[in-house]
Design a protein around this ligand. Structure first.
Ligand SMILES: Cc1cc2nc3c(=O)[nH]c(=O)nc-3n(C[C@H](O)[C@H](O)[C@H](O)COP(=O)(O)O)c2cc1C
Length: 212
């Protein structure tokens, strides 16, 4: 670990110091802890999938974002080789469900390290509803479901990035605003922060992008 002082244009100069890390000087709690506490809040993909023998699987993943909009592709990273990754490799399908604040605890319950033969829907008392296009079920209690087919799985060494092309989206009408898009205040999606923290939906404000 090394320290530097603030640059001259920083109004906090002489007040704050920066702690500098590098791969050779990682933070004491590890780079995973620093990354996840810094890059927060992260949205949560609550991923349902089916194993090769048809066992339903469900788990939350916060290394999650939009990778592309045309075509619509979602990106989720599996840290290590987990059941979801095995299922995506075996079946080429999965569903990204978006949960609400009231589902936070049951979402967390599905993150337990269950054996592959355990059906998390049954284990935590959720309803597996048939999806519209893919064989993997969606979570009936979750207001939005993105049905995906495997676009690619990128090997990152210790992790793997799963890219899913969206083939169908279903949204509960109760969370839609008049413009036909999900209303953040109705959706209230929980998020993942660092440590063991979860976030409630944050405050919002309108701020259009400048033209130039
Ligand atoms: C809110 C939350 C977000 C998580 N995000 C990730 C993630 O992005 N990648 C990952 O590999 N594990 C993540 N986990 C841990 C997995 O949910 C956990 O390892 C789970 O058992 C994996 O289930 P599976 O083996 O059925 O896929 C997260 C856990 C929680 C509670």
């Amino acid at each position: 670990m090394t320290t530097t002082t603030s640059p001259p244009w920083d109004p906090r100069q002489n007040v704050s110091m920066r702690i500098v890390h590098s791969p050779e000087n990682p933070p004491s709690k590890g780079i995973y802890a620093l990354l996840t506490a810094s890059i927060a809040p992260r949205p949560i993909a609550w991923i349902s999938s089916l194993s090769a023998d048809g066992t339903p699987n469900l788990a939350p993943y916060s290394f999650f974002t939009i990778a592309c909009t045309d075509p619509a592709i979602l990106s989720i990273t599996s840290v290590g080789h987990k059941d979801t990754l095995s299922n995506v490799e075996a079946t080429g399908e999965f569903v990204v469900n978006i949960g609400t604040e009231s589902l936070m605890e049951v979402m967390n319950a599905t993150s337990a390290p269950f054996e592959p033969e355990v059906d998390e829907f049954a284990k935590v008392g959720l309803t597996a509803a048939p999806s519209d296009v893919v064989s993997a079920p969606r979570v009936a209690e979750a207001p939005i479901a993105f049905e995906c087919v495997r676009h690619d799985v990128i090997d990152l060494g210790t992790s793997a990035m799963m890219l899913g092309r969206v083939v169908s989206v279903s949204v509960e009408d109760e969370v839609l605003a008049e413009d036909g898009l999900p209303d953040f205040g109705s959706l209230l999606p929980p998020s993942r922060l660092g440590r063991h923290e979860w976030g409630y939906a944050p405050r919002t404000r309108e701020l259009p992008r400048p033209l130039k």
